[in-house]
Design a protein around this ligand. Structure first.
Ligand code: DON
Length: 570
């Protein structure tokens, strides 16, 4: 009887399996499963139009790096808030076979920059000077970064990767409600810094669905499409940038542009409960901080306590307090300052840092200093995550720093300049726009890169791709990535739920636990308050865009509902 049943079911099962295999072979008709997961590749970015550009590149046979280049340029058009040609960023890469690499295309201080350039005669910071206008901009790195990434790993032709963005800029695209609101909010700044006008300014208000055409930007993208680096760092675009600097009293020179180079660096790699964490080394502090945070909480039973339970939050906050204190002292551009990288991520070091914390009572940040190490050893940004059909992965975070950067659009070239100079420590002990402190390690020096918090990260499990993750959010970047990872590894959330989950954040100074509404229940809030934690409600923290590879080989997207973010797969 049993045999008959088996035989009866054999034929349909065999047909289903055969169909699945055949479809996968002939172009992935069954690329999507019933849970909205995809087998052939995925792009998760801050904007649906940009995700679509990336997806089309993947479908054309481009790899994850090709798609990343195309998405970076597309974001520069459709997401001017943070997408950029005039900013910089970081990329972490893992090939399907396990090769890993990290690309630093962070902005640099111009050659004429100086340590005290943002201080008044009394030695106090002039806040707006590092945030608004021409002096706030570092030498842009994004174009050189994309050229370097493509030269090393690209498969499709460069022109094919830039062209979709030329079309988006030339023909225009429909702006989202959020972009309309932001453009209206920024109007005053745009008027102030762009007396000659810009495509981002309009008589009257912007509305959702308005078509934004950016002809000057399209011309610049054509130069980049046709000439690569020389189309941006030399020739008419560079001339426009230098003229813009003259007009607005900036200091960036033609030589600064010509000399800019993106740098390949060795990723920092750590281990959390058997998962291999591959993340960004300095010039970002993000990777080191992430590894420190994970190592600090690893000995504690977070899973048993549960997500955002008071004990879980307490341990995470105490770890954050200590790690951010380290950041303020020990992190800076490794080309200018010896970062004690190995010591900082050492498990025993982080364990000993945590030994000073007391269950009964919150530590005081004023009592926590950066760890004493042995002698030195040898909110705007956007993140996207991409995997291709072969399993190559890119995690890329890119920024203008503040929303719309310095608000200066280069006249004649149509792109926004960053205000990344504010990420330097303009004076020891003076907080930057994210409240982060710094000192000597992150002081301004000509051609130095300012310290970042960006944390593009890729995780492996048992030698295989597991997760691609990152976020914007200034100082909250590391803690958002930290929480997203724990949400999956400790709290068994799927990728979307891990991204959606409410977040909290502590950064040593100021001594407060910032919480999104609903992150902590009233019991946890009460208990933490009783112990002396200063709980401060705040708006959205981070916009995480991430991809998880399931054990069945499908990609699960997590697009942050805090923005217009979109996961697209095939
Ligand atoms: O590099 C950094 O750490 C900052 N410039 C990032 C700024 C940022 O994430 C703003 N986003 N909301």
């Amino acid at each position: 009887m049993q045999k008959t049943i088996k035989r009866k079911h054999f034929a349909p099962v065999a047909v289903i399996i055969l169909t699945a295999v055949l479809s996968a072979c002939v172009g992935g008709q069954l690329g999507k499963n019933n849970s909205g997961q995809y087998r052939n590749g995925m792009v998760v970015s801050a904007n649906a139009d940009a995700s679509l550009v990336g997806l089309n590149i993947l479908k054309k046979g481009g790899n994850a790096v090709d798609a990343a280049v195309a998405v970076q340029f597309a974001l520069a058009v459709v997401y001017p808030n943070a997408g950029n040609l005039g900013g910089g960023g970081f990329m972490v890469y893992r090939s399907a076979s396990g090769e890993i690499n990290a690309l630093d295309f962070r902005e640099k201080a111009p050659g004429l920059a100086s340590r005290d350039m943002y201080l008044d005669s009394a030695g106090n910071p002039i806040k707006e000077k590092s945030l608004d206008g021409h002096l706030a901009a570092g030498v842009p790195g994004s174009v050189a970064g994309m050229v370097a990434a493509h030269q090393k790993y690209g498969k499709l032709k460069w022109e094919e990767l830039v062209q979709p963005s030329v079309l988006l800029a030339r023909n225009g695209f429909k702006i989202t409600a959020r972009t309309a609101k932001e453009l209206n909010r920024e109007k005053e700044r745009f008027v102030k810094f762009n007396p000659l006008g810009t495509a981002l300014l309009k008589d009257g208000l912007w509305f959702e669905g308005d078509v934004l055409v950016q002809n000057e930007l399209a011309n610049t993208l054509e130069q980049i499409r046709d000439k690569g680096n020389a189309g941006f760092y030399e020739g008419p675009v560079a001339d426009s940038l230098v003229a813009e600097m003259k007009r607005g009293g900036g200091i960036m020179s033609a030589a600064d542009l010509k000399n800019y180079k993106a740098v390949w660096r060795k990723p920092v790699v750590g281990n959390y409960k058997g998962y291999k964490i591959i993340t960004m080394p300095p010039t970002s502090s993000g990777g080191i901080a992430l590894l420190q945070l994970l190592k600090s909480v690893e000995p504690f039973p977070l899973k048993r306590w549960g997500l955002n339970a008071d004990s879980t939050v307490q341990v995470m906050v105490e770890a954050e307090r200590r790690v951010y204190a380290d950041r303020a002292t020990h992190l800076g551009d490794p080309d200018f300052y010896k970062v004690p990288q190995q010591q900082l991520v050492d498990a025993a070091y982080n364990k000993s840092r945590m030994s000073s914390f007391n269950w009964a009572k919150a530590s005081l940040s004023s009592d926590i200093k950066a760890g004493l190490l042995k002698t030195p050893e040898h909110e705007e940004t956007t993140h996207f995550s991409i995997v291709d059909r072969d399993g190559n992965a890119v995690s890329l975070t890119t920024t203008l720093n503040g929303s719309y950067g310095s608000a200066v659009l280069v006249k004649g070239a149509g792109f926004l300049l960053n205000n990344e100079m504010d990420d330097f420590s303009v004076k020891p002990g003076a907080p930057n726009m994210y409240g982060l402190l710094g000192g000597e390690a992150n002081a301004i020096v000509p051609e130095k890169r300012m310290l970042s918090s960006m944390t593009p990260t890729i995780i492996e499990q048992d030698g295989k791709l597991f997760m691609v993750v990152g976020t914007p959010g200034g100082s909250t970047i590391m803690t958002s990535v930290f929480q997203t990872i724990l949400n999956v590894i400790e709290f068994d959330k799927n990728m979307q739920a891990a991204v959606t989950a409410k977040r909290f954040h502590h950064q040593w100074m100021p001594d407060a636990v910032y919480v999104e509404e609903g992150a902590l229940d009233s019991a946890a809030t009460l208990e933490l308050t009783r112990k002396g934690y200063h709980i401060v409600p705040r708006g959205a923290i981070g916009r995480v865009d991430a991809i998880l590879k399931t054990k069945w080989g499908y990609y699960q997207g997590g697009a942050d509902p805090r923005g217009d973010d979109k996961a697209l797969g095939w």
